[in-house]
Ligand binder design. Structure first.
Ligand SMILES: Cc1ncc(COP(=O)(O)O)c(C=O)c1O
Length: 409
């Protein structure tokens, strides 16, 4: 197992040419490369009209019907002005009830902070919990915004190389091997880009390790609800010292509505409330109305039908990817991603994905966002040899994409 310490902040060095008086070093953070793919795919769609997108990490369906109905009513009858900084009591209660129904957990609505997507939750939490220079660990491959946001906020990111043999998830053994405990550890289960789920026993062991070592466990559970025959355990089932991150974006099919949340231990509640009040004032009022309805049991059948379709798409990809020689991958346990080793096809996945888009109209995401090359890092994890497929679209789109990829060779 290699522990990779990236260049302190992957930011331009002070005084470098890229930094002017008007741009701080924090502003030179890494791009989110998938946005470049989306841009290229939009240009291809405009010029050729033939794009099949397996790149954007989002459902292809609208918010549940009951949420849309609730919004239509609210538009006629409510002011929809600012709300409490951490969301209305109504949505915090709806989230607490969801934990009771789905996990048998009693959650105090005061422990819930509703945010503008989970992205805003991460910013507020990192500010509330970590000092400048604190070390926060995450997996490599992992979700790039953790690394880039932490870096911009002046934290040191410690990437734990997590290979196929660990199903791309950190272990207690990796934590034990660290020279000193980090201030924080971020887990994502199911994960982006791999869709792997951390075993509930390993999650429990990691949360105990974090408690014993004073490490704040941040459990990103935004893909819960989307899994294929395996349960998703919540960190709050074993440790109330952990922070749980949730979102309506994925299972609830509401990416653009921007509703996420934190379940917070007592000490972090007031700091997060003060921070989100200053940073965002409040999450969007109309989306909170939609969220209350989406969280109700009435929305479940529609949402579960989406998961059934993702399962069909997943199986189709697992069956057909060997046609293009893709064999090294961890079948995803959840989310809607497949992260595949394409080292037999390229050592520059950004260029290769661009060639695939130009030749076939199929948009896929290079692995560089999730596992940038780092000095001393495990070369077999280098994202330049990986691609991520998102299978949240229609089954027809997934089949068409595979036909075209097979013809491309
Ligand atoms: C693992 C993970 N966490 C957090 C987010 C942010 O999601 P949102 O801000 O829409 O809740 C994403 C988005 O793709 C993600 O994949």
């Amino acid at each position: 197992m290699d522990i990779v310490t990236p260049d302190p902040a992957r930011l331009a060095p002070a005084g470098s040419q890229r930094v002017s008086r008007r741009v701080s070093r924090r502003g030179t953070v890494e791009p989110f490369h998938v946005m470049e793919v989306l841009k290229a795919a939009a240009a291809r769609a405009a010029s050729h009209g033939d794009v099949v997108s397996l790149c954007a990490g989002q459902p292809s369906t609208p918010a549940p019907r009951v949420a849309l109905d609730a919004v239509q009513r609210a538009l006629r009858t409510e002011v929809l002005g600012y709300t409490e900084a951490v969301g209305t009591l109504g949505i915090r209660r709806a989230i607490a009830e969801h934990y009771d129904r789905s996990y048998g957990l009693t959650v105090d609505p005061d422990a819930v902070a509703v945010t503008t997507g989970s992205s805003a939750a991460f910013t507020a939490l990192f500010l509330a919990a970590f000092e400048l220079g604190d070390t926060v660990a995450m997996s490599r491959p992992g979700y790039p915004a953790y690394r880039n946001t932490l870096t911009a906020l002046g934290c040191r990111v410690l990437e734990l190389d997590c290979g196929l043999q660990e199903r791309y998830q950190p272990t207690v053994a990796m934590l034990d091997a660290l020279p000193e405990p980090p201030a924080g550890l971020i887990l994502a289960s199911p994960a982006n880009p791999t869709g792997t789920i951390i075993e509930s026993t390993e999650l429990e062991a990691i949360s105990r390790w974090c408690e014993a070592h004073g490490t704040l466990l941040v459990s990103d559970e935004i893909y819960h609800g989307i899994s294929y025959g395996r349960p998703c355990a919540s960190a709050w089932e074993t440790s109330r010292e952990a922070v749980v991150v949730g979102s309506l974006s994925k299972f609830w099919s509401m990416t653009g509505w921007r509703v996420g949340w934190l379940l917070l231990p007592e000490a972090l509640r007031r700091p997060v409330e003060l921070l989100v009040g200053n940073l965002n004032i409040c999450p969007p009022a109309v989306s909170q109305v939609a969220g209350i309805a989406a969280l109700s049991p009435a929305a479940r059948p529609e949402l579960e039908a989406h998961v059934e379709r993702y399962a069909v798409n997943r199986d189709l990809l697992l069956e057909r990817l060997p046609e293009i020689g893709v064999a090294r991958m961890a079948p995803p346990d959840g989310a809607f991603y497949l992260y595949c080793d394409v080292s037999h096809l390229t050592d520059d996945s950004t260029r290769w994905c661009r060639e695939v888009l130009d030749a076939t109209g199929v948009a896929v995401t290079p692995g560089v966002d999730f596992a940038p090359a780092v000095p001393g890092g495990d070369p077999t994890l280098d994202g330049r040899a990986f691609m991520r497929l998102c299978f949240a679209g229609t089954t027809q789109d997934v089949a068409t994409a595979m036909d075209r990829l097979a013809a491309f060779g």
